[in-house]
Design a protein around this ligand. Structure first.
Ligand code: DLL
Length: 435
């Protein structure tokens, strides 16, 4: 099912709406946000200079740092009375980035999510179990409101207490699971420990996962272990939260809500806009956001965009699954590698579990990585021969596929610490050892 006709417009119509909204938005930002007015003046640009969508390239980028420097409300475009909700993204250091929503922003947000969950296959007959943490994080509230708009029954479980989550899913007959993909796997693992078989004892049929990257191999694991159709959706607090894009049942990329978000892909080093289909850093300009309307927000997420219509009937552009972030790329002995690529390799090796931890460190001033990987069957660890065989397989696969030679530590099943929200897959010790 398609939620809105806006998802099926001919490309010229989509672009016409985008241009109209972009011009209006830039005019408003110039008038209402002193930060941007100054920036525009510095580079000698006026709102009237934006006459085509391509002209967006003349506008300055915005980064997370800009939002932090203007903490908490420096980038807001409306008076405080118009804000009906605040959220913030958790920074590990310094100020978080604070975002706000007007009443209209809330409606837009709901609409965007309603489209995404509908394209994933959710209907008003579903019972949606939300395992994102409710709070300043946009994930739970964002999905919640959109699911209610569709008419699904929402179970606002929040994060934590994994065993109780399983019980509630079973007792309530949840048919849709909302959360991070890594937590989806944790739920599957915990259910088995409790003697509950997710494939027969739970009724899950659709998963709407997001908030962190996942690979195709992860999708297969989610499908196998929970028996659901696993889809992914994408977004970030600075532009809305979840709601930017999501997968339809064709699984050929994430449809962008293009009437609300103008997306570009740039070369992260030069800032140059790349042609359709080329991989680079995603840059997003919300076209309708009232409270905090950022311009050309640099997401650091790496993807490409396909503008061809999809066989599902939607004409909205599709972004490829995010393959990594510009700031999580590891350069090991000159080889560029993303954690997601390591995950894809590990998940395809029999006997290796779904949790892993990459540690980056320096040895004699050279970057090295070590990967802790869990075995699925602990008895492997009792025999030196089977340990050696499995290690050999893992080393070979990583070498053949990615050209890297990390140190591998096989550890017992469930030994690696699980997270309840976004998974922590990389520990970087490089600045801690004085090298
Ligand atoms: O994670 C919003 C969200 C919540 C999206 C729930 C989808 C579902 P932030 O906490 O601001 O917002 O984190 C945004 O998370 O720049 C990406 O790096 C990453 N991310 C989010 N969804 C995906 C995804 C929310 N589907 C940051 N694939 C983004 C890859 C994702 N990365």
């Amino acid at each position: 099912m398609i939620w809105s006709l806006k998802e099926t417009l001919p490309r010229e119509d989509i672009e016409e709406i985008q241009l109209k909204r972009l011009k209006k938005q830039i005019k408003k930002i110039y008038k209402k946000v002193p930060y941007y007015r100054e920036k525009f003046k510095e580079i000698g640009i006026k709102p009237k200079d934006i006459q085509s969508l391509a002209d967006i390239k003349y506008l300055p980028f915005t980064s997370k740092e800009d939002l932090r420097l203007n903490y908490p409300f420096g980038m807001f475009a409306v008076p405080k009375e118009e804000i009906v909700r605040y959220h913030a993204s958790s920074g590990t250091t310094g100020n978080p980035t604070v975002v706000g929503y007007t009443r209209k922003d809330m409606e837009t947000w709901k609409e965007c999510i309603a489209r995404l969950v509908t394209m994933a296959g959710v209907t008003r007959r579903d019972i949606a179990h939300i395992s994102f943490g409710y709070g300043l994080f946009t994930g739970a509230f964002g999905l919640h409101q959109g699911l209610e708009k569709v008419g699904a029954a929402v179970v606002p479980m929040s994060s934590g207490n994994t065993q109780r989550q399983i019980k509630m899913m079973k007792d309530f007959g949840a048919t849709v699971l909302i959360g991070t993909p890594s937590y989806g796997l944790r739920l599957a693992e915990t259910a088995i420990e409790m003697g509950i078989d997710p494939l027969t004892d739970l009724k899950l049929r659709v998963g709407c996962f997001g908030g962190e990257g996942s690979t195709e191999a992860m999708r297969d694991k989610l499908h196998e272990s929970l028996g659901l159709f696993a889809t992914e959706n994408y977004g970030l607090s600075e532009v809305v939260g979840p709601g930017v894009s999501g997968e339809c049942t064709e699984l050929t990329g994430l449809h962008i809500n293009e009437d609300h978000f103008l997306c570009e892909v740039i070369n992260p080093e030069t800032g140059e806009v790349l042609p359709a289909g080329e991989e680079g850093e995603l840059v997003i300009t919300p076209l309708t956001k009232e409270a905090i309307p950022v311009v050309r927000y640099r997401t650091k997420d790496i993807t490409s965009i396909d503008y061809e219509p999809c066989s599902c009937g939607r004409t909205t552009a599709r972004m490829a699954k995010v393959s990594g972030r510009t700031d999580d790329m590891l350069i090991i002995s000159g080889v560029n590698v993303f954690p997601s690529q390591i995950e894809e390799v590990l998940y395809n090796i029999d006997g290796i579990g779904t949790n892993y931890l990459i540690t980056v460190y320096k040895e004699n001033y050279i970057d090295k990585i070590a990967i802790d990987v869990e075995v699925t069957d602990n008895s492997v660890l009792d025999s030196p021969d089977s340990i050696e065989n499995l290690l050999k397989k893992v080393r070979e696969q990583l070498h053949v596929t990615l050209g890297i030679h990390p140190k591998i530590n096989l550890v017992e099943s469930k030994k690696i610490k699980r997270t309840e929200g976004k998974a922590q897959r990389v520990v970087d010790l490089r600045n801690k050892d004085g090298n």
